[in-house]
Design a binder for this molecule. Sequence first.
Ligand code: FAD
Length: 490
Amino acid sequence: MLRSFTSTQSSKLAQFVRYASTKKYDVVVIGGGPGGYVAAIKAAQLGLNTACIEKRGALGGTCLNVGCIPSKSLLNNTHLLHTVQHEARDRGIAIDGTVGVDFGKLMAAKEKSVKQLTGGVEMLFKKNKVDYLKGTGSFVDEKKVKVDPIEGGEPVEVEAENFIVATGSEPTPFPGIEVDEERIVTSTGILSLKEIPERLAIIGGGIIGLEMASVYARLGSKVTVLEFQNSIGAGMDAEVSKTTQKLLSKQGLNIKTGTKVLSGKREGDVVKIEVEDAKSGKKEDLEADVLLVAVGRRPYTEGLNLEAAGLEKDNKGRLVIDDQLKSKHDHIRIIGDVTFGPMLAHKAEEEGIAAAEYIKNGHGHVNYANIPSVMYTHPEVAWVGLNEEQLKEKGIKYKVGKFPFIANSRAKTNLDTDGFVKIIADAETERVLGAHIIGPNAGEMIAEAGLALEYGASTEDIARTCHAHPTLSEAFKEAALATFDKPINF
Ligand code: FAD
């Protein structure tokens, strides 16, 4: 039975209702991930009476709970471990005794970051007066959503002038391979293993697969990456992808490209995997203690009762929108992983801001040509704008400027010189069309390329901008210089 928010009820539910019952909302956001929570805060800041429904029991979505944040915690701390274990002595740091891993503490440090950040979003909701409705939202019709409280109790209904759907995504299953989140795991399971697997196999050489491969290789696992394509890091510039594969292989990762996985099955404490060389058809049997399935993510709309609101999906399960994030109803906007575009937290956030601004002001802005991608391995890989392959396909004439970190004074000082900056500019105008970086701190440096793209800068604009010395970003300046002139230090 459904009740409206005006009824008085017992304990928790009453509190929940009191929260929400004062007025009908201007905006109700479904999903409290980077898309949804940012949209809710922005809407409230714009003066709109706003609620956000989240069913996970914590805000921050995939990104803060089981994605960006826990993975970066493990990447950062295992990189430190690797540095101390393998490089500290050469850097003049004397270590008395052995340096080992405390896996429990590593995981606890990860949990601490997650809790601090998800709790921080809850505080931001309070600060901005966003009502946080802890429950599962499902459409009753296009103007009403039913909320099933996660803490139990009867469902309640919320009405709103506008809805923003931000229900995110989930790991794509691999046909025929059954995930148990123990021996055969998704990205969620690999972030919370109880022990370090001796042998880890990973299906998928994309960003998530390679980041987790790096983490466990540093922890001592024997890691095999199985990738169907002939290259890794889907979406990377081909030259960067090749260098990445070379450097990660040097770190001990066994990367098998052109390899088709035929099956994977748990037998006791072992996972048996059958693969086939995509070209020759030669079959091979592999064994692992843990198998990570990392073949991408798919939009998540389970339990949302889309039909009641008449929302449409495309053939990939993405909710269909127009160029103003609108579904077929003007008052229902859709953002983040559940709709078109790259599945990235910062893309979802941009759309969250834009959705709130469209509602309040009638206009918003997301530049889909300028969304950076970062892989947080070591070295990091980051890119934004177009790559050489895309430019060739579009028939656009371009120039390339490159600068290696081996010639950068800060990288040399840090004994961290793998990789390069590659900037691509329009052949006639010198306007920056794309930047592709593999190297230390690439993920931070790519913001400079984003700014250049956003403001239509030329490579000469970058090269004539004074960069502090000694910094890694001088490599960015030199690569810009190299597109139209000669670099100074190489
Ligand atoms: P989500 O974050 O998925 O949030 C959706 C929320 O909606 C969820 O909390 C869910 O519980 C809730 N929800 C769903 N249905 C309902 C309902 N009916 N009622 C109430 N609540 C509902 N991206 C990056 O940019 N950088 C990274 O470094 C990065 N690393 C990643 C690492 C891993 C291992 C993974 C898995 C992902 C990573 N991503 C990264 C991707 C990033 O997490 C997503 O792109 C981002 O979280 C999408 O945000 P969203 O708000 O669209 O959806």
